[in-house]
Design a protein around this ligand. Sequence first.
Ligand code: ZN
Length: 322
Amino acid sequence: MDIMENNGNVEDYFDEKNKEEKKVSTFDERNYLNTKLAKGETKREITVRIILTKNSEGKLKFAIPVDVHTMTVDKEVAESGFKTFVCGDSLNYPEHDSRGCPLCKRVDELFEEANKFEKGSPERKSLCREAFKLKDTKRVAYVARCIERGKEDEGVKFWRFNSWSNGNGIYDKIRGLAEQRNRESLEAGRGRLNIFDYEEGYDLILTITKSEKSSEKGIEKTEINITDAKFPSKLSNDTAQADAWINDPKEWRDMYKIKPYEYLSVIADGGVPVWDSSVNHYVAKIKKEDKNNDDEDLKGNEILEDNSRVADASANDAELPF
Ligand SMILES: [Zn+2]
């Protein structure tokens, strides 16, 4: 089960560390599952145990879908040149800004602007290209909660991964594994099997390797292979500890917040958002000279090809947590 993930947009919340306004700096990298390889590292294995998360209807799911924009950004915004933002219209965020999503709105504005020019004109083509490029940044990501084995002392971690249209994404793989194990158990006359069960479920083993395609255009890519442990286990042998993890107060929405409206507006323009206390919101940083971003654009296109924006084939089995 090979899964390609792009390092540029996985866990890029690590880039937040110094970029967020200091006053609400609650960033703690231990809260996020790190599926990146360190520099020079070619392979790493991590074992996790999924902890179910309640969706907005109160149903337990192994992963919650979130609308995001994965896009190229100025290197001052994220060192890698790529960043994922929660879409301002993401329905799983009841508290989202009533003005909507500046990135989605910009797509409409660009198309409107393009319509002012004659069909086939270079201006129209250029605006349409820009609009489609921004539109293509939107996709569905998933957020799951887990414990990393060997790092249980770091508590509940959040794991975000993008959906894939080809059925080979992490979500599809975990769901496939859960269904397969359940089917095998039923066929063997052993009754239902829920790999997410806290008493007799299974850990998941993620093998992260450097992709051979990594060298292309300097983009670091990894492949993630997912298997389940051979034997069932408890989430924790300590019942109180298991309960504490299951009821952990950290909310996934707080871990992956929607950026303020003005911040995303600046991003939509390709700028660098900086906090301006005189107006009390984000504004675009004024740069000394415009950089040539062609190279970043190329990388961005490549990433877009690797991902998908297919809606979640959502739960149809009320019993199983997906
Ligand atoms: Zn949006």
